[in-house]
Every structure is written in structure tokens, then in C-alpha cells.
Design a protein around this ligand. Sequence first.
Ligand code: CA
Length: 224
Amino acid sequence: MKVLIIEDEHKIANAIKKGLEQESFSVDVAFDGELGFDLASSEDYDAIVLDLMLPKLNGLELCRRLRQEENVHTPILMLTAKGQLEDRVNGLNAGADDYLAKPFAFTELLARIRALSRRPKQLLNDVLVCRNLTCNTRDFEVRRAGKKINLSKKEFALLEYFLRYQGKVLTKNQIINAVWNYDSDILPNTVEVYVGYLRNKIDRPFKNKEPLIQTVRGFGYKMG
Ligand code: CA
């Protein structure tokens, strides 16, 4: 387990580092937001502990940029000042996965980090795989049996959702909520149309292979 701590208060950062190392974690520390951002976007961590108030780049902005610009989905535990509900909401909106109010007990922090790092890897990975299809969510490249497949933005979002939940039956309403905005007027029929587009690209040209998208009659669809 490798953890990155981004915290400018040396005392807190060092205490967390020491505690985690005693639990056999490997730990990197960044004392400002810029270094933290560089490390978080270039190294592979199982979890990030991120302070909100940081010099050079604050925790919210750092989190938002990691998620949106770098497409880094490492679980983030955000540290906030006690009772600042707004900070927590902002943190979760910016892409943090959990938060912990200061001051906190180390055992609480440890439990939260363990819980975050246990989340299914498929939800965090950049490259999603189903049999001989690969989907790279960093550069939006999709290949099946080595052959490159061009998808529209919506088709890609649909494929990504299927891949992240492969093996599970997804209803049309679940698909609408995940791929389209809640407020858009999408009919279940539209899902069928888009699943059709996607099948035309990822399944039909590979006729000798078993289709990746299965229809589960009366329920929805399943991938894999
Ligand atoms: Ca701070």
C-alpha cells in the first residue's frame, strides 16, 4: 500500500507518515499543493490524504484538477477544519471520496484509508478491459482484438459505464442516470438506440466472437 500525504503542517504530516509506516504502508509526503499535484499525477498511489488549506495550490483546486484534467482517480481522503460543512461538500463535489475533520484520531484516519483502498479497482483504473476489448479513459482509445474503434463522446461514456460495471445487469434507468444528465429528457428508447450504435462498432464487426453486450430481457443490459 502506497499513500501520498499532502499537508503543509509538518507536525501533522509527519505524525500520519510515522503511523502509516508502522502499519507497513509506504508513504510520500508533499508539504505544498504544487508538489502534491505533481506527485499525485505522476506516481501510482493506493490513496491520497489531502489537506484543504495548502500553500501554492489549495486542496479543492488540486482535487478538481487531478480528476478533471489528469483523469487520476486515486481515492482521496480530504482533511477539513472541524465543523466546516461547506468545505466538506465542496471537497466531495471536487472529487474527494471521503473527508475527515481535524483534529482526528489516527485510528479513524487509518480505518478510512483502508476502506477507500478496498474499493473495487475497476472503478479507479484508467484502462478498462473486457476480454479482447480495451478502453483507455485517459486518451479515449478503444481497441478490440487490436483494431482501433472510433466512438462518439456518448458512445464512449456508455461503453465506459458498461465496462466499470461489467458482469452486472444495468437497467435503462441506471444507464440514463449514469451517462446522461439527470435533468435531460432521455427516454429508455434513446438508450436502446445508443446501445445499438455501440454494438455496431464493438460487436458487429467481430462476428466470429461472442458479443460483449448482452440483452437481459425485461431488465436491461449486461457486459461480459
Ligand atoms: Ca493546511
